[in-house]
Design a binder for this molecule. Structure first.
Ligand code: PLP
Length: 341
């Protein structure tokens, strides 16, 4: 199909929920200041970064483990808590990382249903059996962009067996503006089986450096630490992450622009008659009637220089996910989508 819309000079990548504005400038400065030291081994405990994270959340460094991204945290958690004949639970349509790591570790992974594109916690509870060790809840859920609220999460934690570890993966927490988003640090005081994952791959803009962390009870952190590969976090990732935590103005600005653009994009999609779900993070879930229509939409956008994420591997073959980009990228996306709708 020939395009009447001028193609962008560069591919517009809206397929991996990265920060459209790039890495935290303070993180980049820190990398420049430290890159000559890469011949040295890093501190294997990343003490400075662990202290900084602990201070940020008013916990102790013993509550913190730093990892090579959330993917590594999933792997470590499974290796720590789940034996071969035991199982984990996540959702039918959710971030593919949980299912991939279960498969790599040859662990049975049960999938809870979603209702209105929101993870059904009642269904998740009904799947728990005496071999369930670990539950993964992405909140907001990727790719549907919906939230489990504070009250629902609390009820879930009150009901689930306390010997099952509950991971809340909050990779997009900094983008959330919804007041019903759980205060998981508060919940953790009451429920010591709760493990919180956070990532530097999203709003901090450090996806390529591979760094994230978990906050949990010191006993849990101690167990997880025994399964972590030594020196798996590079020195540059650690200094960049540490500097990014100080970049509060940048993070605030990125979150504010994202919230504004997210609303504009969502409203535009709906006004075109597209079936978009109310987004809470930095991405939008759009469902078509058939997988074929979805494939066509992805292909058309690709031909216009825009990459979005088809969601077959996430368990939603009729849907695609669009990352909220920079304003000019979003405008181009809207122009192109109008050709489909
Ligand atoms: C729910 C969720 N958690 C974590 C991540 C990021 O993982 P990592 O920290 O390994 O980059 C993603 C990335 O898409 C995600 O969607």
């Amino acid at each position: 199909m020939s395009s009447e819309i001028e193609k962008p000079a560069e591919i517009i990548k809206l397929s991996q929920n990265e920060n459209a504005f790039g890495a935290s400038p303070l993180a980049l400065k820190a990398i420049e200041a430290h890159y000559r030291s890469v011949y040295r081994y890093p501190d294997p405990l990343h003490k400075e970064l662990a202290h900084k994270i602990a201070d940020k959340y008013n916990v102790t460094p013993g509550n913190v483990i730093v990892s090579a991204g959330s993917v590594a945290l999933i792997d470590i958690s499974i290796k720590t808590f789940v034996n071969m004949d035991e199982n984990i639970i996540t959702a039918e349509v959710t971030w593919v990382g949980f299912k991939i790591m279960a498969k790599i570790n040859r662990i049975d992974c049960k999938l809870a249903k979603l209702v209105d594109n929101t993870i059904d916690l009642q269904n998740m509870l009904s799947l728990c059996d005496d071999r369930t060790k670990l539950v993964f809840i992405a909140n907001p859920n990727n790719p549907t962009g919906t939230l489990v609220t504070h009250n629902d999460m609390k009820k879930f934690l009150q009901t689930i067996r306390p010997d099952i570890y509950v991971v809340i993966d909050e990779a997009y927490a900094e983008y959330i503006t919804d007041s019903e988003y759980p205060d998981s640090f508060e919940l953790q005081k009451e429920f010591p089986n709760l493990i919180i994952f956070r990532s530097f791959s999203k709003i901090y803009g450090l996806a390529g450096l591979r760094i994230g962390y978990a906050i949990a009870h010191p006993d849990i952190i101690g167990s997880l630490a025994q399964h972590k590969t030594p020196f798996s976090i590079s020195s540059l990732a650690a200094v960049a992450a540490s500097a990014a935590l100080d970049d509060t103005e940048y993070i605030k600005k990125c979150a504010a622009v994202n919230a504004e653009e997210r609303e504009i994009l969502y409203a535009e999609l709906r006004s075109m008659g597209l079936n978009a779900t109310v987004p809470k993070g930095n991405f939008i879930f759009v469902e078509f009637d058939t997988p074929n229509e979805n494939d066509k939409a992805c292909e058309l956008l690709k031909s216009e220089g825009i990459l979005v994420r088809p969601l077959g591997p996430f368990g939603a073959e009729r849907a695609l996910r669009i990352t909220v980009g920079r304003p000019e990228e979003n405008r181009h996306l809207i122009r192109c989508l109008k050709k489909i709708a």
